[in-house]
Design a protein around this ligand. Structure first.
Ligand SMILES: C[S@@+](CC[C@H](N)C(=O)[O-])C[C@H]1O[C@@H](n2cnc3c(N)ncnc32)[C@H](O)[C@@H]1O
Length: 171
């Protein structure tokens, strides 16, 4: 079983967020819920944590780890770029802090078939949201490269055709 992210700079994060009881905090990159757990502990007994992630594995793991906090946490599958809409839908007009721990998680890197790894041999994929499809919110890296190569070939053929037409006209 591949482990989830160990939260980094935990003390600094908690200090910067100035966690307080009763506060409302957003973790826009929930991952395995390490930071979220610490925020919930530091906002006891009545703080609220909204956790957002695009990755179903991350949400499943966090749901398990944060179960003891009951109704004090709301976990949402989504993109933190849509935070405004997410909070509006929850009827939350004000928050006390937002955390974005940007990047990939250890779980994504260490799970071969997620296609993020530098060291494990597996097809390139690199979608944070595995339910997203090509041409929707995120293509796999492989399809993206394939599309880029096709675009380059089309561009090269067009340039060659234009050049040969110009040369023919000159001669
Ligand atoms: C470095 S990990 C976060 C680890 C987390 N702080 C913890 O304590 O376990 C980054 C997470 O952000 C998520 N992520 C990346 N881009 C995202 C986006 N635009 N919207 C929501 N989640 C995103 C990834 O799926 C990943 O789970």
């Amino acid at each position: 079983m591949v482990s989830f992210h160990t939260p980094v700079m935990l003390e600094k994060v908690l200090q910067s967020l100035r966690c307080k009881p009763g506060g409302t905090y957003v973790d826009g990159t929930l991952g395995g819920g390490g930071h979220a757990r610490a925020i919930l502990e530091n906002t006891a007994p009545d703080g609220l944590l909204i956790g957002i992630d695009r990755d179903d594995d991350a949400l499943l793991e966090s749901e398990k780890r944060l179960q003891p906090f009951g109704q004090r946490k709301i976990l949402i599958k989504g993109n933190f770029a849509d935070i405004g809409e997410i909070l509006t839908n929850l009827n939350i007009r004000k928050v006390d802090g937002i955390l974005l721990d940007l990047g990939v998680s250890s779980h994504q890197l260490d799970t071969a078939d997620r296609g993020f790894s530098f060291s494990l041999d597996a097809p390139l994929d690199m979608r944070m949201d595995q339910s997203s499809r090509y041409r929707q919110t995120g293509a796999s890296a492989f399809l993206w490269m394939l599309r880029s190569i096709c675009a380059w070939i089309r561009a090269a053929v067009t340039v060659l055709m234009i050049s040969s037409t110009c040369l023919r006209k000159k001669s």
